[in-house]
Design a protein around this ligand. Structure first.
Ligand SMILES: [Cu+2]
Length: 409
């Protein structure tokens, strides 16, 4: 019996090891397709360098646009949001982060359909290879992650330096500042707690027998507590209050000037942008499962003075490029970019014209990035960004969104 069991366990382990388990950094594929498509559209995300040494500085910048099709059941980015960077562990320290030029030390909120510029500057702390993502943390929703870029940090952690000068002109090392204080107070409170615990452990009988005795004594159970118990407890109470008051007075004396952690909110004003002459109406969105093909039929109105064509279709951090309009190279081997996967039927839209276009985004990426589970959603609404280009290289961004119809044959 035992042999059969151990054999089947080994077989199970063996077959699990055969499964193509690729190490994907943060489960970006695990996030529901609707969340990826209908929350934040990220664009032009780039890093200043893909390789740097410990203590060197890297900048991640780009743009993002909160979707107008934000799901109703997901807490809104118009409430409370915070710009961050997603990397495994404290591998970088953030020196500065800005949205539309406004420092992002605190939380803020972003408007649906508005285009924001962001920039985050970080210093490399630990050597390694990291998948660096811009992230917006939305209160009640969690992290909404942008595209990841691989960054390699070389050098040695021992060389990392992180010192700063306080407002009072004192130079401190942020890696170790206040650490001994944390150790001292943690150890002190732990020992007080432990001493209290040990005192009651010595009062035999304990736990179940003591509980039983308390049950037996009924209303007279208080008699189990002796005068000495009360004296000791009083001592512990005095010690605790004394430590709290003493610690407070000591801190006041040692650090007379302090500023509290800032928890207020900051507003990000919108950037004045040129008016967008392109508008669209979604006629139909279909996803053909066997062909991994997304078909979009839209009515495009061009109020500009140049003909426009669709150069890019972006949804859920996947980018499909119309190679006839745009030549784009992947940033690294994991860039979710299909450089020649967009087909546009209907030709350019002339100035003043309203025209139907049929757009096909066909690529295995829908499958490999697990976007196809969108067909299993009870709320099969999709959204994405269409990038229209003029002959002179001007770009107009238009968001599309609406219900998606799956096609099985
Ligand atoms: Cu990642």
């Amino acid at each position: 019996m035992k042999t059969i069991l151990s054999l089947s366990i080994s077989a199970l382990v063996f077959f699990i090891s055969l499964l193509p388990l690729e190490a994907v950094a943060h489960g970006e594929r695990a996030q529901m397709p609707q969340l990826r498509m209908r929350t934040v559209h990220w664009l032009d995300v780039q890093v200043s360098t893909a390789k740097l040494a410990v203590n060197e500085v890297i900048t991640i910048k780009g743009q993002f646009m909160p979707s107008k099709y934000w799901p109703h059941h997901v807490n809104s980015i118009e409430d409370t949001a915070y710009l961050n960077i997603g990397v495994p562990g404290p591998s970088f320290v953030r020196l500065d982060s800005r949205v539309n030029g406004v420092p992002m030390i605190r939380s803020t909120s972003f408007r649906y359909g508005e285009l924001y510029d962001f920039e985050v500057t970080m210093k490399a702390r630990k050597p390694g290879r990291y998948h660096v993502h811009p992230v917006i943390n939305v209160k009640g929703t969690g992290p909404i992650i942008g595209p990841g870029i691989w960054v390699e940090v070389t050098g040695s952690f021992a060389d990392f330096e992180n010192s700063t000068t306080t407002l009072l002109g004192k130079k401190i090392d942020l890696e170790t500042y206040g650490f001994s204080n944390v150790v001292f107070w943690s150890a002190l409170w732990f020992s007080v707690g432990l001493a209290w615990f040990i005192y009651w452990l010595t009062k035999c009988p304990i736990i179940v027998p003591r509980f039983k005795r308390a049950q037996e004594l009924g209303t007279r159970a208080d008699e189990m507590i002796t005068t000495w118990d009360r004296r000791i407890a009083g001592g512990f109470l005095l010690l605790t209050l004394g430590l709290i008051a003493g610690g407070y007075l000591y801190a006041q004396e040692q650090y007379p000037i302090t500023t509290p952690l800032q928890t207020g909110r900051v507003d990000v004003p919108a950037i004045e942008r040129a008016p967008n002459p392109v508008s669209i109406k979604l006629i139909e969105a279909r996803y053909r499962i066997p062909g991994r093909s997304f078909r979009l039929e839209v009515e495009v109105t061009n109020r500009g003075d140049e003909p426009i064509t669709v150069g890019e279709f972006a949804a859920g951090n996947l980018r499909f490029i119309n190679s006839a309009v745009l030549k784009v190279k992947p940033l690294d081997e994991h860039d979710l970019l299909a450089p020649d996967a967009l087909r546009v039927e209907g030709g350019p839209v002339a100035p003043g014209e309203t025209k139907r276009l049929v757009i096909y985004a066909d690529d295995a990426m829908w499958e490999t990035e697990r976007m196809t589970t969108m067909i299993a959603s009870p709320d099969a609404v999709v959204a994405g960004l269409l990038h229209f280009y003029t002959g002179t290289g001007k770009r107009y961004l238009v968001e599309f969104g609406g219900p998606m119809i799956p096609v099985f044959g």
